[in-house]
Design a protein around this ligand. Sequence first.
Ligand code: GLP
Length: 242
Amino acid sequence: MEIIVAKDYAEMSRKAADVIAACLKENPATRLGLATGSTPEGLYACLVKDYQAGLLDFSQASSFNLDEYRGLAHDHDQSYHYFMKKNLFDAVNIDPANTAVPDGANPDAQAACDEYEAAIEAAGGVDIQLLGMGHNGHIGFNEPADEFPKQTHCVDLTESTISANSRLFDSAEEVPRQAYTMGIGTIMKAKKILVVANGTAKAAIVRDAFTGAVTPSVPASILQFHPDVTVVLDADAASLLA
Ligand code: GLP
């Protein structure tokens, strides 16, 4: 695991974007694994800037997103479909037909999740998976649990996640209670993993996930067992690392 400490959010975003840009330059048909949340917004802005400057080409790239709220229409402004269109897909030349996000609008959870897992497999897997981290160490929407979920599945969100994400909705009541997410097994199959975290509120979970015990009660800790992980932090998120 390589841990890069940037001085601030802007530098974290640039350095992390450079990791993805390097993959795309080496292999224009890179299969990207993408993430939502506030943390990667700056990274996406850097990729869009690179594209606009003619430095990046997404025409052959494809993508699979980590997760989606169950029950939100694709055009709901808090859906991850909407987030990705706004922050990346509509601003670069990726073919929309080559972008995939779990279908939160499909009420049949089993079918939606099985189809998503099969689509990732059929595509040949993810080349580089971007991850943010929840305050409780969740990745995608894999919440702390007794075991590491293997495949794309439907999860009940924890109160801590509902409350953290309620800032983006009009009220906590409006936050969906369930989500479809790649499993930990799905994530661990990616060839390369890139984690971003910023801010003092993430410092304790960064320390626990990357220097503590590997345990499903801190889902991100499993990344210690992945052979190719790059973690890009700002100084605040890195502040409790020895
Ligand atoms: C959500 C997403 C995660 C994300 C997490 C942290 O719950 N499902 O993929 O990593 O939020 O979000 P933020 O970056 O806003 O702290």
